[in-house]
Design a protein around this ligand. Structure first.
Ligand code: HXC
Length: 268
């Protein structure tokens, strides 16, 4: 679908996107690039990064991939530094890297719980922490104009309770708290806007194939009146809106992009 935004709204901006080579992260990378940004992608799998970067480059989007795991502070520091060295500044950080699997609380080991918190929650904070000096207003960037923006990809699982998702619910609750607290501290001190996006079920993503086998999907359609799948494009448009000047007064919010699904109740 064609974007409703002008093609230059991110002109001259540099964005670093974790998990940026696949799923929702890749669509955000693509749309940011199509709207004028240069993009650096961070991910664990070199092959996936390489093919994502060549797709972006074939669209004439300045793009580079860096292998790294958000669980490792040294990887976070190296990737942020490399992005700065390559593009001369960093304006936008998107934390889209996430880990997940379906498991009952009874069967989940404390290490399984910790693993998902390490990726989603600690990983998000680590990336923000390492990127801070570059995102600051008048910071270290070439031709740096205005302060930076951060987007943390969240979920709606923890608004209520979700079967077999205790680890991710806890992790995303921490992500939302991190979004609000960084918005307060870094919004006040540095004019950096920190927002989140909470996607609903988005077709064609690892989240959908791992977490919503067909039988769950079919049931959802029966029991949740508002159930319909979104597209990766929907999340990328929300991200564009939030990081562009259109979102300049939005700080500390987590925008739900789920077609209203989490509000949904069966009809009586
Ligand atoms: C139970 C499991 C498990 C499973 C792993 N563990 N998979 N427990 N059921 N299916 C446990 C392991 O037993 C181990 O604990 C601990 O978790 C760490 O497992 P590892 O395999 O060593 O971890 P690692 O190789 O680092 O892999 C991380 C991962 C993996 C999260 C398990 O799935 C991953 O890397 N995923 C990244 C991609 C991804 O998941 N994307 C989807 C995001 S979707 P023990 O105790 O045995 O040592 C998404 C949507 C959220 O985030 C919102 C939905 C609405």
């Amino acid at each position: 679908m064609e974007s409703p935004f002008k093609g230059n709204i991110l002109k001259g901006k540099v964005a670093l996107i974790t998990g940026g080579a696949s799923g929702i992260g890749f669509e955000i990378s693509t749309q940011f690039g199509k709207h004028g940004a240069s993009v650096a992608l961070m991910g664990r799998r070199k092959q996936v990064l390489d093919s994502a970067v060549s797709v972006l480059q074939s669209l004439s989007i300045p793009a580079i991939g860096f292998v790294g795991d958000v669980r490792k502070q040294e990887d976070a520091a190296r990737v942020v530094e490399s992005t700065f060295k390559h593009f001369g500044k960093i304006d936008i950080l998107v934390n889209a890297a996430a880990g997940n699997f379906l498991v009952s609380a009874e069967d989940l080991s404390p290490n399984g719980f910790r693993t998902v918190l390490d990726i989603d929650s600690v990983g998000t904070f680590t990336m923000c922490s390492e990127a801070l000096k570059y995102l600051k207003k008048g910071g270290l960037g070439r031709g740096s104009s205005g302060a930076g923006a951060i987007i943390n990809i969240s979920a709606t699982l923890h608004y209520t309770a979700s079967w077999y998702q205790i680890h991710v619910s806890a992790a995303k609750a921490a992500v939302d708290a991190t979004t609000r607290n960084l918005a307060l501290e870094w919004g006040t001190d540095y004019d950096i806007r920190v927002n989140g996006i909470a996607p609903g079920p988005i077709s064609g993503t690892p989240g959908m194939s791992k977490l919503a086998p067909d039988e769950i999907n079919n049931k959802s359609k029966d029991y949740m009146p508002l159930y319909k799948e979104g597209e990766k494009w929907d999340i990328a448009m929300a991200a564009l809106f939030l990081v562009s000047d259109a979102g300049k007064y939005i700080n500390g919010d987590t925008l739900i992009v789920d077609g209203g699904l989490w509000l949904s109740r069966p009809r009586h």
